[in-house]
Design a binder for this molecule. Structure first.
Ligand code: LLP
Length: 410
């Protein structure tokens, strides 16, 4: 993203023109950015056996999935709906991993029918259900047990998943016994071991320590005769949300993973979402009003917590840039949306560039968990989504209409 002639461009596309023609709020993604981030993982693994399974939950737009499928990505899904999206986008079901703590029988059956690569199973009852459904279809289901390694991921409490107090996975202390008992389930084939300790990980140490625990478990399982082929690390590294922050070094992290995998001849699977889509997308929003209450200054914009819930839900920081550069001195304000909640803010007490009603702002780092977590709260139609390719851009999801809002209602 660069300013050219004082206008912010994503690749070679001027964001001011996109806002004017497509309207706001609008999510705008860079196809080159997404592809480059995918390639960073792929290149870091190099010749080491690996699969990159993009985590659909981060941004499941069909055009984004198609772009990644063409780049050679597999997919990490957590619902039947995500599997449906992957298949609609031309993704290969044989490169899909199905994660999640509450898969329904219908979803498991859908995945068996599609022929996905592997189920990351999270409990013994789930293993039993997968076994029963596989038997009904007369086939074997490939499974990996998701291990809860009991390590602290050092990230936001809501997206930290690797302690025993969290609902995810099977207690690492019990895992060996669970694999041994599950040997009785004749319609399962135990391909691997998986874990996911959390998202927005800025320090790779907890992830590597989880991986070390996984490796010891894999050694024990192999000693019992299990042919464990892969280790799945879960999501990718975190991203820099502030301009002054450095993004975690993907190559350095992957190198450490490669070393651990090589000595055991393991295939590594990784499910990055945020680090592929996050910094490749922005949310464009237009300033509606400026107002003051007491000492506080507010910039009221046309995007709200229904469009981007991360600030309201996690207190997340998203950097804000004006689409047109200005010389005027900055102001300190809360950037807030039209939704009727005090929690509806995009930035709080933030120094932002001088803006007037009608100006367009770019909310950065919004490509992952942005649109994907948007809703129709306050009966607000969901934003348009746009994909940039060089100087070209196209709408990849049209803005919702009022008709869309009431679809399915009586
Ligand atoms: N694999 C599994 C099993 C996951 O649960 C997740 C994310 C990922 C992979 C992808 O992780 P990533 O590479 O994106 O860190 N809504 C939150 C993030 C929730 C992440 C949930 N799981 C946010 O906006 O920060």
């Amino acid at each position: 993203m660069t300013y050219r002639d004082r206008v912010l461009h994503l690749e070679q596309a001027p964001l001011a023109e996109i806002a004017a023609r497509a309207g706001t709020p609008a999510y705008v993604y860079s196809s080159a950015g997404i592809e480059q981030n995918f390639r960073a993982y792929d290149a870091a693994f190099g010749s080491a056996p690996h699969s990159i399974c993009y985590s659909v939950k981060a941004n499941g737009n069909l055009s984004i999935l198609r772009l990644l499928a063409r780049a050679g990505s597999g997919f990490d899904i957590v619902s039947g709906g995500e599997l449906y999206r992957v298949m609609k986008a031309g993704g290969d079901p044989a490169r899909v991993v199905f994660s999640g703590v509450g898969k329904t029988a219908a979803e498991i059956d859908q995945a068996l029918e599609a022929g996905i690569f592997v189920f990351n199973a999270e409990s013994e009852p789930e293993l039993a259900l997968i076994d029963a459904l596989a038997q009904r279809r007369g086939r074997k289901a490939r499974v990996a047990l998701r291990i809860n390694p009991d390590v602290d991921a050092a990230t936001h409490a809501y997206i930290s998943t690797g302690r025993l107090a969290h609902k995810f996975g099977v207690d690492i202390g019990e895992a060996e016994a669970v694999y041994l008992r599950a040997r009785e389930l004749k319609n399962l084939s135990f391909e691997g071991v998986s874990c996911h300790i959390g998202s927005q990980l800025l320090d790779s140490a907890p992830l590597l320590s989880a991986l070390d625990r996984l490796m010891l478990l894999i050694d024990r399982l192999r000693a019992h005769g299990f042919e464990i082929r892969h280790a799945d690390l879960g999501g990718g590294v975190g991203i820099a949300y502030k301009p002054e922050d450095a993004a975690p070094d993907i190559a350095g992290f992957v190198k450490q993973v490669r070393e651990r995998a090589a000595v055991r001849g393991l295939h590594i699977l990784i499910e990055p979402g945020r680090s592929i889509a996050g910094n490749a997308g922005v949310l464009l929003t237009r300033v509606l009003y400026r107002k003051k209450t007491g000492d506080k200054e507010f910039v009221v914009v046309d995007a709200a917590m229904n469009d981007l819930i991360r600030p309201a839900l996690y207190g997340a920081y998203h950097h804000i840039l004006p689409v047109r550069q200005t010389e005027a001195p900055p102001l300190r304000a809360d950037v807030v949306g039209p939704v009727c909640e005090t929690g509806d803010f995009l930035a709080r007490d933030r120094e932002i560039p001088q803006v007037l009603p009608g100006d367009v702002l770019a909310i950065l780092s919004a490509g992952a968990y942005g649109f994907a977590q948007s809703s129709n709260y306050n009966s607000r139609p969901r934003a348009a989504e746009i994909l940039v390719e060089g100087s070209q851009w196209r709408i990849i999801r049209r803005r919702e209409s009022y008709e869309d809002l009431i679809r399915g209602e009586e």
